[in-house]
Design a protein around this ligand. Structure first.
Ligand SMILES: Cc1cc2nc3c(=O)[nH]c(=O)nc-3n(C[C@H](O)[C@H](O)[C@H](O)COP(=O)(O)OP(=O)(O)OC[C@H]3O[C@@H](n4cnc5c(N)ncnc54)[C@H](O)[C@@H]3O)c2cc1C
Length: 537
């Protein structure tokens, strides 16, 4: 068996695969080593209830994917990937019988906000215009480039009104901003829902810009037809079409370091593979540095920082349902479109509901009055269930470490907690009942970690979004972006800038850095943040 390649990539999630796609197309011989039996990581779809019902047990809402650089550069559409942006985007039923419905169509969305408050509708119209510009000119380009040092970023952005507004907004927390901008709890809770479901922290100062991205993104969510795993398989096809390799059931146990350089890897079964040019790790930071490299090969400072890397405290409990019919909401009397929504905020009706969840989670208790993110994927893609049938899921923030019994106690309580969540869903959609539900499957934060070992503590963004762990400080201060102190060892996963979720940005940015270091021309077009931001008005 061939044992030497130009580049070895550890982990076949979307970031590892995207890096491989770029490097393979640049002419390098790449090998992706994936621990599980299929690549994709968080992009996975499985028949966990009944065969024929396809459940997206991790990522489902894929934001802006058709517009992202990797989608275009790797020509995913040519490899059979079809993304869909449903018309009715983000919706929330309320217990007073009304509902807030947000559409791809901005004017329709503004009209619907006006049912609750004309002032909020006007504010939203104004924010959307400013936030879109901020998102297009500052936030998105920053995500798809290695971050600049904070002082340089500030100097560049201070020169323009748009940049100054971004810097002002960034000083605040998303909760402060939501309370400041909007008068109604319906709008405030909707904005916080959009922020937190992206795993951004709503109460973290310095990260107000996350509210900007979330507000704009709330109207442009997409999904992959055929299920999220389809996107992962599309990436594999691109790699293989250009001569790259992906080997499953290949867990990496150790990175071979010789003379201070990363030379190869050892798998759990003892097989060894060598890299002529470099190795890139898409797995979590402690695993990469402490387990795979080993503390003895690191300076004390780097070993300490890697060991102290923080994971999120609010993680996801999920339940997946096989249904006879889609869910029907009581508030459809107010606006029928709620029944064909894409992304549902069910039960988070005020910011104080969210604050109560945070308090309970910090105490190790799953929230008693859930406020969930829900979806019925088959409303928008009937291929994900047998003809006429449907799938649905709920995600509820919960603690990993339960006060009574620690993480292992999830195995005892997950089915019971699923019923608490379903009861809450039923308060808004009465047919979420035993007559309609054919089968159900609870997936706890402990199950998330078991399935994807890099999602430590169930943290599906593979590292908390705290201020001190974002931008140039992700994964930790002192590392040049995507590089490590070990020569020839790079980072390309969600533990690096910008963050987790299926954005492909860490893999894309790592590709650029690796090509620069190897003196290989980049075949794709990139942007220069310094140039872009110095031209802002
Ligand atoms: C319940 C849930 C819902 C989510 N919903 C969304 C959503 O709607 N939208 C969204 O954008 N994101 C969502 N996410 C988050 C998203 O799935 C992740 O942030 C994303 O998958 C991270 O991508 P990655 O490539 O960096 O890592 P991963 O997808 O985790 O991939 C890393 C890969 O490395 C492999 N690996 C780990 N250790 C080793 C080893 N030692 N050797 C070899 N391979 C190894 C893993 O098996 C995995 O395949 C969700 C996650 C969960 C759990």
């Amino acid at each position: 068996m061939k044992d030497t390649f130009d580049v070895i990539i550890i982990g076949g999630g979307h970031n590892g695969q995207i890096l491989s796609g770029y490097l393979t197309k640049a002419g390098l011989e790449t090998l992706v080593l994936e621990r599980r039996m299929e690549p994709g990581g968080g992009l996975c779809t499985e028949e966990v209830t009944i065969p024929g019902f396809y459940h997206n047990i991790h990522a489902f809402f894929l934001r802006w994917v058709p517009d992202l650089p990797f989608y275009k550069d790797l020509e995913l559409a040519r490899f059979g990937i079809q993304m869909k942006m449903p018309e009715v985007q983000t919706v929330a039923p309320f217990s007073d019988g009304r509902c807030l419905v947000m559409y791809q169509d901005e004017e329709k969305t503004i009209k619907n906000i006006a049912y609750f408050s004309k002032k909020d509708a006007a504010t939203y119209r104004d924010l959307l215009k400013r936030f879109k510009e901020m998102s297009v000119k500052i936030i998105t380009p920053e995500g798809y480039a290695p971050p600049l040092p904070a002082a340089e970023k500030k100097t560049l952005l201070e020169k323009s009104p748009l940049g100054r507004e971004y810097l002002e907004i960034s000083k605040k927390t998303p909760i402060e901003l939501a309370r400041g901008y909007f008068a109604t709890e319906q709008m405030r809770s909707m904005i916080i829902f959009m922020v937190t479901t992206r795993m951004y922290l709503a109460d973290e100062p310095g990260l107000g810009y996350h509210m900007v991205a979330a507000t704009v993104g709330g109207l442009s969510g997409t999904m992959c037809l055929g299920g999220s795993h389809y996107l992962a398989h599309g990436l594999s096809k691109v790699i293989e079409a250009h001569g790259g390799r992906i080997w499953e059931v290949s867990p990496v146990r150790e990175i071979i370091i010789e003379g201070g350089k990363a030379k190869g890897v050892i798998l759990d079964d003892g097989r060894r593979f060598y890299a002529r040019k470099c190795i890139a790790s898409s797995v979590d930071i402690p695993q990469t540095f402490i387990n795979l490299v080993g503390k003895d090969k690191l300076s004390r400072d780097v070993a300490e920082k890697a060991g102290q890397f923080k994971f999120a405290k609010l993680v996801l409990f999920s339940a997946h349902l096989a249904l006879n019919e889609p869910l029907k909401y009581t508030s459809a009397k107010f606006n029928l479109d709620i029944d064909s929504g894409f992304n549902y905020n069910v039960g988070l009706e005020s910011i104080s509901d969210f604050e109560a969840h945070v308090r309970e989670i910090n105490e190790g208790v799953p929230p008693k009055k859930p406020g969930m993110q829900c979806a019925v994927p088959t409303l928008h893609d009937p291929t994900q269930a047998p003809p006429g049938k449907h799938t649905a899921f709920l995600w509820q923030f919960a603690p990993f470490n339960l006060k009574d019994g620690g993480p292992e106690a999830w195995d005892k309580v997950k089915n019971e907690y699923m019923e608490v969540c379903l009861e809450r869903w039923r308060q808004y959609a009465p047919n979420c009942n035993s007559k309609n539900i054919i089968a159900k499957y609870a997936f706890s934060p402990l199950d998330v970690e078991r399935k994807l070992i890099n999602m430590k503590g169930g943290d599906h963004c593979v590292g908390a979004a705290t201020f001190d762990q974002m931008l140039e400080n992700r994964p930790f201060p002192g590392l040049a972006p995507y590089r490590t102190p070990i020569e020839g060892l790079y980072l390309c996963g969600s533990g690096s800038h910008p963050f987790g979720n299926c954005t492909g940005a860490p893999g894309y940015n790592a590709a650029g850095v690796i090509c620069e270091d190897l003196n290989i021309p980049k075949w794709w077009s990139t942007h220069d943040l310094r140039e872009l931001w110095s031209k802002l008005r």
